[in-house]
Design a protein around this ligand. Structure first.
Ligand code: SF4
Length: 458
């Protein structure tokens, strides 16, 4: 019987000729990522079970990226970073992106591909639920808890159940204003927050491979100090896979193509990480648990009302609802393409409500000074429209300590390009968060209420 991409990756990683959904297998892990929130707990589990002098299974396969509680005076947050530093020194880990140094990156899920740690066909595990983002590179990527991660640190293996695959097929030529965020909100709105529980979600169809038009004119433009180019298509695929966990998905996956392979080749060579990889595709007779079809010509920009991503509605159902704040940032909505999209709306306009822009990584922050629209850099556009720009990190996506820039410290109504809008997610328990694409967030920031970006794009 044929296998899906996910099944084939897990078969290879477990040394078996074939696996099927529901089967439990020992999987060899290619990369384990952790960060400042879960890293200390993971290290504690590792030390407790493998001993105080234990060494990690493979120091070149452990990646530690502090990103969550970075720009804060909170003592506990600072102590977490110290624990990471001590462990990195003790284990001599080469892939640590320390705060306050030139290596500092920002949000882990964006830093991983930037720093050459994502490759088609591999298994990437991370102590963060949005580790699924890396499925955009045709790999098996999923979030795990500290206990599992501590075990992986010691053994390089994990006992995993092979998930069945749901297939989402997007047909039609996507208009420039339709972003990956709209597609994934449409999916979650249709299947619900538990519609893909412990399942792989594969995204395919011409529309998926045609995403990124809003920033297509910048494709290939250097955005880094390294010789690598901007890829709007890859960034949009990351947004799709990022939010599969909001539907309960175990992992998201998109078949690797030439765009993927070029991106991975450039990034791994520039970063000096492993450059070999073996892409995997569905067998012609692969079996899917179910298929869902979307014709993008029938879709609108989407907005998820409080307090769940499954409360997604077409923007025309929400236009005019009042807002107090707008936020553009995170692994979902703080990438280069997201900022270009926002700038296309904000240039020559002023925001009507406090609007925060938080680039996901230091590389994206630098891109704000390199990319120009009509002669103005993205940073100049944001500043002249009245936005407040924060330093690269998770920022207020998950609230964070009280002094986090952009945190909702009052019961405000905020529209955000992030991925979760549960009560308290961005701070105050009574705050109301609306999720949308950066285009819709920017248009709403200008209007001071929920607005349709199609009315303001020029
Ligand atoms: S940006 Fe938000 S969703 Fe992404 S890793 Fe950070 S806290 Fe999690």
């Amino acid at each position: 019987m044929g296998m899906t991409i996910t099944e084939k990756i897990l078969a290879r990683a477990s040394g078996k000729p074939a696996v099927q959904p529901g089967e439990n297998v020992w999987v060899n892990v290619d990369v384990l990522m952790t960060h400042d929130v879960c890293g200390p707990g993971t290290i504690g589990v590792f030390k407790q079970h493998f001993g105080p002098d234990a060494r990690v299974w493979d120091r070149t396969k452990v990646v530690i990226i502090p990103d969550h509680y970075i720009f804060t005076r909170d003592e506990k947050a600072r102590r977490n970073i110290e624990i990471l530093r001590e462990f990195v020194r003790e284990q001599q880990l080469p892939y640590y992106y320390d705060v306050g140094t030139e290596r500092y990156k920002g949000v882990c899920h964006i830093a991983l591909p930037e720093e050459g740690h994502t490759r088609p066909g591999e298994v990437l595990l991370g102590t963060d639920s949005h580790t699924c983002t890396a499925g955009a590179f045709g790999e098996f990527a999923t979030g795990i808890g500290n206990t599992d991660a501590g075990f992986v640190l010691g053994t390089g293996k994990l006992w995993l159940k092979v998930p069945p695959t749901l297939r989402f097929i997007f047909t039609g030529d996507p208009p420039a204003w339709l972003m990956a965020k709209d597609l994934i909100l449409a999916v979650i709105g249709r299947i619900g927050c538990d519609g893909a529980t412990y399942m792989a979600m594969e995204f395919t169809g011409e529309a998926v491979f045609g995403l990124g038009k809003i920033a297509a004119e910048f494709a290939g433009q250097p955005i880094s100090d390294r010789p690598v180019g901007f890829s709007p298509a890859i960034e949009e695929r990351m947004t799709l896979c990022n939010m599969v966990i909001e539907a309960g998905g175990k992992n998201g996956v998109i078949a690797p193509d030439e765009v993927t392979e070029q991106f991975v080749r450039e990034r791994t060579q520039a970063a000096g990480t492993r450059t070999d990889f073996e892409p995997v595709h569905n067998d012609p007779d692969a079996r899917f648990a179910a298929e869902y079809r979307f014709d993008v010509r029938t879709l609108e920009p989407m907005v998820a009302r409080p307090h769940s991503p499954e409360h997604a509605v077409p923007v025309s159902d929400a236009v005019g609802e009042p807002l107090d704040r707008a936020y553009i940032g995170s692994c979902t909505g703080g990438k280069v393409l997201d900022l270009i999209a926002a700038a296309k709306v904000l240039r020559g306009r002023s925001v009507a409500i406090p609007t925060f822009i938080v680039p996901a990584t230091t590389e994206i922050e630098r891109a704000m000074d390199r990319i120009r629209l009509n002669g103005q850099t993205l940073r100049e556009i944001f500043e002249s429209s009245g936005c407040i720009i924060g330093p690269p990190s998770c920022g207020a996506c998950l609230g964070g300590p009280l002094d986090t820039l952009g945190r909702l410290n009052e019961p405000l109504r905020c529209i955000s390009s992030t991925n979760r809008n549960f009560p308290g997610r961005m701070g105050h328990k009574e705050a109301q968060v609306f999720l949308a694409s950066p285009l819709t967030v920017a248009a709403s920031a200008v209007a001071g209420r929920i607005a349709d970006p199609r009315d303001v794009l020029n």
